[in-house]
Design a protein around this ligand. Sequence first.
Ligand SMILES: *Cc1c(COP(=O)(O)O)cnc(C)c1O
Length: 357
Amino acid sequence: MIPVTKTFLPPQDQYQAILKLAWDSGWITNRGILVNELEAKLKDYLKVKHIIATTNGTLPLQIAIKALKLTGEIITTPFSYVATTSSIVWEGCTPVFVDIHPDYLTIDDTKIEAAITPKTSAILATHVYGNPCAIEAIDTIAKKHSLSVIYDAAHCFGVTYKGQSIFNYGDVSTCSFHATKVFHTGEGGAMFTHDRSLLNTLFYHHNFGHKGEETFQGIGINAKMSEPQAAMGLAVLPYMDNLLKQRQQVVDRYNKAFMFTGLQTLSIREDVQWNYSYYPIIFEDEGQLLKVLEILHKAYIYPRRYFYPSLHTLNYVEKSVCPISESIASRVLCLPLYPDLKQDDQERIIKLLKEAL
Ligand SMILES: *Cc1c(COP(=O)(O)O)cnc(C)c1O
C-alpha cells in the first residue's frame, strides 16, 4: 500500500534516550526541560524571534484570534484544511470567504478590499501547501484598514520568503507539527510573533491564563505541549535537512514526469524556498479525477483529495460565492509524497496516472 504521506519515525533508541531525560526529571508536562529545549532549537533552526510550542496546530489559531481580540468578520480563504474556518467560527467570529488565485491557490489579494466592511477585524489566510500568500499586498491592505493578520502556516515548516522564515510574517503565524506534516511531534504545533507584548498574551492564553501559581492575567485554555511530544520533535529535528532533500528529489521526479502533460501543478511564488510538503495535481474536471482515483485505488495507491470540499460550502457558514476555489477543490488530488517513497513505486504511480488520462 502507498499512502499519501508517511510519518518519519526516528530510531526508537534515540527517542527513548531523549525521553529518559524527562523520566529522570520526574516532570512530563507543564513546560519541562524538553519543551524548553525544543523551543530553543527550533528558534535557532527556523531563525524566528519568538516561538511558543503547543499541543497541536489548531489551538494556536483560536488563541491568536482571542489574543488579538478579534470580533465580527474575519476575511479568510476557502481553500485550506477545515481547522482554518472552524477556528474562526469557534471563536464566535464570522468567516468571510474571498476566492483564491487560480495558480498560487492562496487567497486572491486583489479581491480582499471589496470584502472589507465596518465589521471586519482581520485577515486569516493560509499559506496553502507551503506556498506563501501575497504577503506584501496583504500587509498593505491590513495597514490601510487597521486589520490584524494571522497566517495559518500549518504546512510551512522550513519555508522561507525573501530569505527569512515565513513564520516571521503577520501579527501571528501558526504551525502544525501533526504526524502528517513535514516536521512532527506526533500531535503538536507552535505559534510565532515578533511582538513581545503579543507574545506575552499568547503565552498566558495557552496556559489557563496563569500569571503565577495563584494569579491569573485573564482567560486561558490549555494548549501546552507535553514532554513526550517535545522528545519526538527533538528526535526528528536532526534529520530535517536530509528529509527535505529527499522530498525535493521526489518532487523533482514528479515535475519532470508531468512537464509536458498539460496537467496543472502548483505554481510556487517567487523569492520562496519551498519545503516540498505536498504534490497537488489539478485535473481538467472532477470526472477525470475520480477515474484516476479509482485506478490508483485498485493498485493500492491512496492519494488524497486535499483540500475538498471548498470551505465556503461547509454547513455552518453563511452561503457565499467562490467559483475558483470550488472548481479547484473538486479537481485537485495530492499524490503520495514522503522522504522514502521508493523510485519504483513513484514510477508506477506516474505510469498509472498517465495511462488513465
Ligand atoms: C493540519 C492543519 C491544521 C491543524 O493542525 P493540527 O495540528 O492537526 O491541529 C490547521 N490548518 C491547516 C491548513 C492544516 O493543514
